[in-house]
Design a protein around this ligand. Structure first.
Ligand code: BES
Ligand code: MN
Ligand code: ZN
Length: 508
């Protein structure tokens, strides 16, 4: 979405978005427009009893048609309650609501007048930047497979033309300068959502790797290992998952060097990229299996995050590593009870081929730590159905060997409303994955604590480096429209980790 930033002014035949407070008092440019219209706007505001008492959660609005004496042809007035206390997330949600409404009414040629929405919690420039972020994220659509010109599709397409959206403010130059951050986040999130939404016959492991490679255009160094290289390295764990698939397994490594000291230890982000999870020989039931196209969500977030960091030239060294495989049935597929050898040298008895994500991450984590000696590792994975039972779609699970890292992640999650809930790790859970014949088995004996034992498995491939595992199985995909995400892929994690990097690691 492209936005034009102008100084404060009206434009002919445009629609203006203005604001009032909870007492229906106009703020910012709305006040000025009211004077120009000889109080026409406030007269309407004050006679509309229903608008005055309407008290829905956050955003009530009123439409004024053909306001007298103005060039603008129509006004949307949003009533903001307690905007002086708005936080980052409130501005994003406001932006999302404004987009949804304008798009619902198929509006075109819109000018937003944000002056006067001043919160005591965050600077004006930053708050409007967040508003525009929410606006832009809500505008995401994926319709490339829809035949373009049928009547039905025309009806479904929103007509809010990207090029026609304008922001008019007395701080326009500073807002425009800051817009690079909006752009970086929305492009990163869009990339993630595209990767996750693409069907699995298109978005195969090599295709995800190709998308990672496309970040070279933004100054990211990308290396892709294929099956030959990984076999030579001894990545028997990751490779065991892809054995039933026709599509070659890949490990893609993305390096961004934005810190002034190019030798500074990188921040490492690792993603599970199972392009489709049939369960393998431990086949999943057919009902709902189609959802397993988003089992590459962790890798999607890592690729999108690297794009965001590179586009806004983040002042950190960061690496993204994604393990890309398809978990398919096939005559070479791994069998339940096979024993494999991981890159770390530890052996694994595969008791259930559907517990494949941990096998992919085991080698990706160990490789990252060996090759890059990172400051810390954060991995993301749609790892367990059990986390959905525990947390639903509201929180992602957090598992970590480090309190400080956990705090920082939780904090960034609260700010962005991509919330994390920390679970325990304990040696008694760890014992549950001991195998009678190998170093470990890939599922626990006994029932219960399925998300924790999965995390314990990962921890066996982490040495002394601070590490956090985010189980995003419940938050990667939404069946409901959210304020800043349409139905489908959410890209949960991109905003969170971008905030986390920016708040705690830039300029240090
Ligand atoms: N990809 C699934 C987990 C998943 C479930 C993601 C629902 C998103 C939504 C994972 O590979 C899996 O199959 N896990 C098994 C583990 C079990 C076999 C120990 C599960 O959760 O049932
Ligand atoms: Mn599985
Ligand atoms: Zn899976």
């Amino acid at each position: 979405m492209d936005v034009q930033f102008n100084s404060l002014k009206q434009e002919k035949d445009h629609i203006g978005v203005i604001f009032c407070d909870q007492n229906c008092k106009l703020i910012g440019f709305g006040k000025k427009l009211d004077q120009l219209s000889k109080k026409y706007i406030s007269r309407i505001l004050n006679t509309d009893e229903s608008f005055k008492i309407r008290n829905s959660k956050n955003f009530d609005y009123l439409i004024v048609h053909q306001p007298e004496n103005l060039k603008l042809s129509k006004l949307y007035i949003f009533k903001l309650k307690k905007f002086k206390e708005y936080q980052i997330r409130d501005f994003q949600i406001l932006g999302g609501h404004i987009f949804s409404l304008l798009s619902f009414y198929k509006e075109n040629k819109v000018i937003l007048y944000p002056d006067g929405i001043i919160s005591s919690k965050i600077s004006f420039i930053n708050s409007i930047t967040e508003l525009l972020t929410g606006f832009s994220l809500a505008s995401y659509r994926f319709d490339k497979y829809k035949k373009k010109d049928t009547e039905r599709n025309k009806k479904n397409k929103n007509s809010l033309k990207a090029t026609k959206f304008k922001v008019s403010s007395s701080s326009n130059t500073r807002l425009e300068k800051n817009y690079i951050n909006v752009k970086a986040i929305s492009e990163g999130v869009s990339l993630t959502r595209n990767l996750v939404t693409e069907p699995p016959n298109v978005m195969t492991p090599p295709e995800i790797a190709k998308n990672a490679t496309s970040l070279e255009a933004y100054g990211v160094k990308v290396t892709v290992l294929g099956e030959k290289e990984m076999t030579k390295l001894g990545m028997g764990s990751l490779l065991s998952v892809g054995r039933g698939s026709e599509h070659e397994s890949k490990l893609a490594i993305m390096e961004w060097k934005g810190h002034k000291n190019k030798k500074k230890k990188p921040l490492a982000f690792i993603g599970k990229g199972v392009s489709f999870d049939t369960g393998g020989v431990s086949l999943k039931p057919s009902g709902g299996m189609e959802e397993m196209k988003y089992d590459m969500g962790g890798s999607g977030v890592v690729v999108g995050l690297m794009k965001t960091l590179a586009m806004r030239k983040a002042k950190v060294n960061a690496i993204g590593v994604v393990g890309l495989v398809e978990n398919h049935i096939g005559n070479m597929a791994t069998r339940p009870s096979d024993v494999i050898k991981s890159y770390s040298g530890q052996t694994i008895e595969v008791l259930n081929t559907d517990a494949e994500g941990r096998l992919v991450l085991a080698d990706a984590l160990y490789y990252t730590q060996e090759q890059y000696k990172p400051e810390f590792m954060v991995n993301l994975a749609t790892l367990t159905g059990a986390i959905v039972i525990a947390l639903g779609n509201e929180y992602a699970g957090l598992f970590s060997n480090n309190d400080k890292l956990s705090k920082q992640l939780e904090d960034a999650g609260k700010i962005e409303d991509e919330k994390l809930w920390r679970f325990p790790l304990h040696e008694n859970f760890d014992k549950m994955i001991n195998s009678p014949i190998a170093d470990m088995q890939n599922i626990s004996y006994g029932r219960g604590a399925g998300s924790i034992t999965a995390a314990q498995f990962l921890q066996r491939f982490v040495n002394r480096v601070p590490w956090a595992h985010l189980d995003i199985a419940g938050t990667t995909w939404t069946k409901q429209t959210l304020p800043t995400s349409p139905k489908g892929a959410t890209a949960f994690g991109v905003k969170l980790l971008n905030r986390f990097v920016n708040k705690y690691y830039e300029g240090k």
